[in-house]
Unconditional design. Structure first.
Length: 357
């Protein structure tokens, strides 16, 4: 079942759009930042759970394991928000039908939409046509099971680490299932750091004539690395809204740690956690705030700023006048990058990629 999405306004120079998403009897307008139960409001309540074959097999043989997981998910659900339960499958092997049923059932019970699970190890451990074959098999097995019980809308998964030559093909597959909204799993990196890949994705959505029929939800996005002696860094996760991302999710991926990495982390902790600054669209550090408090503050600031962006877009049909004076937007030339993506995607005379079909 396709998610009902309407476009209430569109930026004249960027791929930023004001959308209204209707799901589970609730309505959410984008762009927006995902929330958690502690910050319930009109929006998306994001619940993220890791699951692997060991946990699946424990659930199958021990009812208390399944009860414990269900209780944990339910305790994080919100009555005010649309609940999205993200399952991240943690093994290299595509699960059997019986094992996939466990994943579907656990997610389906509490999520307001059926969301193709993340599968980072399948993406990371395969290459070439084998990668596409295994990922496709994973997706189709999930969708096959969901179709047997589905009265919920479905979101497709597109890993940002899926090579660009396979993006049009996986979108064609989803299109055959009438799926038009997608979760982009950044895997701890940032879409802003791979704009050519994002541009190819947007181009295919436009060619399929579904660019306005769904929405894009970006999860596990990196926030941007502080350069040596830098006091501020561009909020790469947040500025993706200027390039067609509708919902900014949370990053649940811990960074890979080396000995040198631990040293840098200890040094950064002494400088304090990062805080999103809506005046600059950058991150700064504050040694007087704890990490848990900083995470909640960042969610609130990003959420409130997306509300402001929607208001500006509604009044002026573009947000450029509002954001162009923000320090990190100007320093990193974000507006021209976003404008170039829009121009390319919507151009009727552009040359198609070799991977377009």
């Amino acid at each position: 079942m396709k998610i009902r999405v309407g476009v209430r306004g569109a930026d004249e120079e960027l791929l930023l759009k004001h959308r209204e998403i209707n799901l589970a009897g609730k309505s959410v307008e984008t762009p927006t930042k995902s929330l958690n139960k502690a910050l319930s409001a009109e929006g998306f309540n994001e619940i993220f759970k890791n699951i692997d074959l060991t946990k699946i097999h424990n659930i199958k043989k021990d009812a208390s394991e399944e009860q414990k997981l269900n209780k944990d998910i339910l305790s994080n659900c919100s009555n005010e928000s649309i609940n999205f339960v993200f399952a991240s499958y943690g093994d290299e092997k595509v699960p059997t039908s019986e094992d996939m049923e466990v994943i579907v059932d656990v997610q389906y019970a509490y999520s307001d939409a059926a969301i193709v699970p993340l599968c980072p190890k399948i993406i990371r451990t395969n290459t070439g046509e084998e990668l596409f074959s295994e990922f496709t098999r994973f997706v189709q097995e999930y969708l096959r099971i969901v179709e047997t019980l589905n009265n919920k809308s479905v979101l497709g998964l597109i890993p940002a680490k899926l090579p660009r030559q396979y993006v049009p093909r996986i979108l064609d597959l989803y299109h055959n299932y009438d799926i038009t909204s997608f979760v982009l799993d950044s895997g701890g990196s940032a879409l802003y750091s791979n704009l050519s890949w994002l541009k190819s994705l947007q181009r295919k959505l436009y060619d399929l004539d579904i660019l306005d029929e769904g929405f894009l939800y970006n999860i596990n996005s990196g926030e941007g690395k502080f350069l040596k002696n830098a006091n501020t860094v561009l909020a790469k996760d947040f500025v993706a809204i200027t390039m067609g991302i509708d919902v900014i999710g949370t990053n649940h991926i811990p960074p890979p740690i080396s000995t040198e990495g631990w040293i840098k982390i200890k040094q950064s902790r002494s400088q304090g956690p990062r805080l999103f600054d809506p005046l600059t669209y950058g991150y700064t550090r504050d040694p007087n705030i704890s990490l848990p408090d900083a995470k909640q503050i960042n969610i609130v600031r990003k959420y409130n700023e997306t509300q402001q962006v929607k208001q500006v877009l509604h009044e002026y049909n573009t947000v450029i006048g509002y954001i162009q004076g923000k320090e990190q937007i100007a320093t990193n030339d974000v507006i021209s990058k976003g404008a170039e993506i829009r121009k390319f995607v919507l151009s009727s005379d552009r040359q198609k990629s070799l991977f377009d079909r």
